[in-house]
Design a protein around this ligand. Sequence first.
Ligand SMILES: COc1ccc2nc(C(=O)O)sc2c1
Length: 241
Amino acid sequence: DPYRIDIVTIFPEYLAPLGQSLLGKAAERGLVTIGVHDLRQWTDDVHRTVDDAPYGGGPGMVMKPEPWGRALDAVRPPGTRLVVPTPAGRLFTQAMATAWAAEPGLVFACGRYEGIDQRVADWAAHAGPVSEVSIGDYVLAGGESAVLVMVEAVTRLLPGVVGNRESVEFDSHADGLLEGPAYTRPASWRGHEVPPVLLSGDHAAIARWRRAESLRRTATRRPDLLARAALTEADRALLDG
Ligand SMILES: COc1ccc2nc(C(=O)O)sc2c1
């Protein structure tokens, strides 16, 4: 069965790009099916109201629980993970993308305003796992951009979506380290040369050089990742070298 993604949002047109390019081809090839749903379809008043003032006061508006309850009743297959993008969420990681790609599908609840009434995520936990996640330490205007990011991260891991499996296996973050620099022809460009080892044909030396570059780049740009990576003795020698 194709991997099933459903997204509920008040800006369905914002998620139109999901039908294009890599995702589009994957959808055409029946690897994934994506449904985008307008939350207002489940409102029950003439003004199609989705938000209201926050209990306890404070700025902005909060998304009402009732439309979300009806939308999820209609859209979420039992047991399917509900992903709620929120700046207050756990940080979305490649490990989550990998785990979620192994499940039958996902439902995304895109918040706007100051977020969704907390009882929606609390209630939704009775019908399957709920993941409140942020894509990074910045605050967006709503969850839609985060959904585009997470859908891309997950769908490219589905079997058959990315032709060259190797490129998925050797992604940055796949082994916990950042990928090193990549080069292609010409060997000399505007006074900048490709590192000679890459033209040497010495595959052991190339592998060592690439690992050293990956470790050095991770140590420089993302020391937090380096601290968590499983380094071999050879790695430590390369780092100290
Ligand atoms: C109200 O819905 C929102 C608002 C901001 C926001 N920022 C996110 C982030 O991952 O940075 S997810 C998210 C959802």
